[in-house]
Design a protein around this ligand. Structure first.
Ligand SMILES: [Zn+2]
Length: 135
């Protein structure tokens, strides 16, 4: 790998290195490069300074009422979501049950269907018959 490419890649990792967010092998790569590269060494030092300064800032605390309201909203949303999931499961069970019912009752329907050539059943018979005395 050429030195310029390595330098560019390491520069991308410097902020993460300062935040201790790198994998061990990346950390070792950065450390090795920084020993021989003045520019990256300086940039890493600046990132580390900035990180330390940020950690010294007071963490803003949300108002207790806002936290309570947000928590209540989140819980309501979760409850609504789980109710919707339950309804979907119920619907799936209903659909499955009706398909099973159709499949199980099909032999009964098949037995009660007229043989080929016989008169059709029920209401179909009424409309299928030609008028006995055409006008
Ligand atoms: Zn470098």
């Amino acid at each position: 790998m050429n030195a310029m490419k390595e330098h560019d890649e390491i520069r991308q990792l410097l902020s993460l290195a300062a935040a201790d967010a790198l994998e061990t092998h990346e950390e070792q790569r950065v450390a090795a490069h920084v020993r021989s590269c003045e520019a990256c060494s300086e940039e890493l030092r600046q990132w580390q300074e900035m990180g330390a300064a940020l950690r010294r800032l007071p963490t803003p605390q949300a108002a207790a009422a806002l936290v309570a309201r947000t928590l209540a909203m989140a819980q309501a949303k979760l409850a609504e979501e789980s109710e919707r999931r339950f309804e979907r499961r119920l619907l799936a069970i209903g659909v499955t049950f009706s398909w099973v019912l159709v499949a199980l009752s099909w032999p009964l329907v098949a037995v009660s269907l007229p043989a080929p050539g016989a008169a059709p059943l029920g209401i179909v018979t009424v409309f299928a018959k030609p008028p006995s005395n055409p006008a």
